[in-house]
Design a binder for this molecule. Structure first.
Ligand SMILES: *[C@@H]1O[C@H](CO)[C@@H](O)[C@H](O)[C@H]1NC(C)=O
Ligand SMILES: *[C@@H]1O[C@H](CO)[C@@H](O)[C@H](O)[C@H]1NC(C)=O
Ligand SMILES: *[C@@H]1O[C@H](CO)[C@@H](O)[C@H](O)[C@H]1NC(C)=O
Ligand SMILES: *[C@@H]1O[C@H](CO)[C@@H](O)[C@H](O)[C@H]1NC(C)=O
Length: 305
């Protein structure tokens, strides 16, 4: 009798283990890099996160790096509530220093990725020492400059930074005759890509401000690139997957969404009947366990009576 009970327990354990495992594995995609949490839609492991952000983030010596076609940036912050990232480019000009020689990355995102990542509308790009032939100054009737203020931030104020004491700006009005301005502020929306080579610019700065600007001025702005990310209405898939104990990921080959349920992957969620061969394998094992148990109970029926 004791032997039978032990066997039943063993079989039960076998049936329970995969369930426990699938829940234990549920958070395998979340990772930490320095003091930043990397979570959906981002990931540092392939197959995790949303396919729009594949091969984007890399954790190198506890520093989270963001890699796009224009170069690598350090990730300063990921704001999951506002769906934004804050990036830093070491060759970007700030209030304290101006970096010339076209060494800065600017910001150019791969075409396939552009629906998922865009600098925020209140982030200003200040392009520095662009040539008179720059496409920036072409196609504007009456030589009206595309340059202006973005969210109250612009070059007029930026010129007050200590960095400009060395270079000394040529102040130019909104219509230029004597040559292009030393600095031209634009929103990302206006130019779609900040490619310093293509724009013929020597340097750039990027700033955003979370505080009321009027009080702070250019030394109070935050220098960095604020990028809005978007998962294109895919939130429902991931919510449903997580609600059933899964981890959101994607199929590396097909780029289609996958809900990782520990020992198997689902195309919807971990409670679904639509399943892969791995699920069928477990179901088969459950069936064998069930059969074994029935047989044991059947055989021992006379002794139980
Ligand atoms: C993370 O660490 C950096 C310094 O390494 C610090 O500047 C930053 O404020 C920290 N961020 C958070 C959210 O703690
Ligand atoms: C589930 O999908 C992930 C990501 O594509 C893959 O790494 C993993 O091996 C898959 N697991 C199974 C059990 O097929
Ligand atoms: C920037 O523009 C140059 C010249 O048009 C081009 O060769 C280069 O590939 C562009 N860079 C990126 C990252 O798109
Ligand atoms: C930008 O703002 C500054 C300071 O508030 C102002 O002096 C300047 O005229 C504005 N420039 C443009 C192009 O709107």
């Amino acid at each position: 009798m004791a032997c039978l009970l032990m066997f039943i327990l063993l079989v039960l354990f076998q049936a329970i283990i995969p369930v426990v495992l699938s829940h234990g594995n549920a958070q395998t995609c979340r990772s930490y890099c320095g003091n930043l949490t990397v979570d959906y839609p981002f990931a540092t492991q392939s197959g995790c996160g949303h396919p729009g952000f594949r091969d984007l983030l890399f954790c190198i010596n506890d520093v989270l790096m963001f890699h796009i076609s224009s170069g690598s940036y350090r990730v300063l912050d990921i704001d999951y509530a506002y769906q934004s990232l804050t990036l830093h480019d070491p060759h970007m000009s700030t209030c304290d220093s101006i970096v010339l020689g076209g060494r800065g990355n600017g910001f150019v995102v791969e075409q396939w990725r552009s629906p998922f990542l865009n600098p925020t509308t209140d982030n200003v790009f200040m392009l520095i020492e662009c040539s008179a032939e720059s496409p920036l100054f072409e196609g504007f009737p009456g030589k009206h400059l595309p340059c202006g203020n973005v969210s109250g931030m612009g070059c007029e104020e930026y010129y007050n930074c200590p960095a400009w004491d060395i270079i000394g700006p040529k102040r130019v009005g909104p219509v230029y005759g004597s040559g292009p301005p030393e600095c031209c502020a634009v929103s990302f929306e206006a130019i779609k890509a900040v490619n310093l080579t293509k724009l013929g610019c020597q340097g750039y700065s990027s700033a955003y401000s979370l505080a009321p600007l009027r009080l702070s001025g250019p030394d109070g702005w935050s220098y960095g690139i604020r990028v809005k990310y978007s998962i294109q209405g895919n939130e429902a898939f991931c919510k449903a997957c997580e609600a059933t104990g899964g981890t959101c990921g994607f199929d590396i080959d097909g780029n289609s969404d996958l809900c990782m349920c520990g020992s198997w992957n689902s195309t919807s969620n971990c409670d679904s009947v639509h399943s892969t061969s791995n699920r069928i394998r477990w179901t088969f094992m459950d069936a064998i366990a069930g059969l074994l148990m029935t047989e044991i109970i059947w055989r021992n029926l006379p002794s139980l009576q």
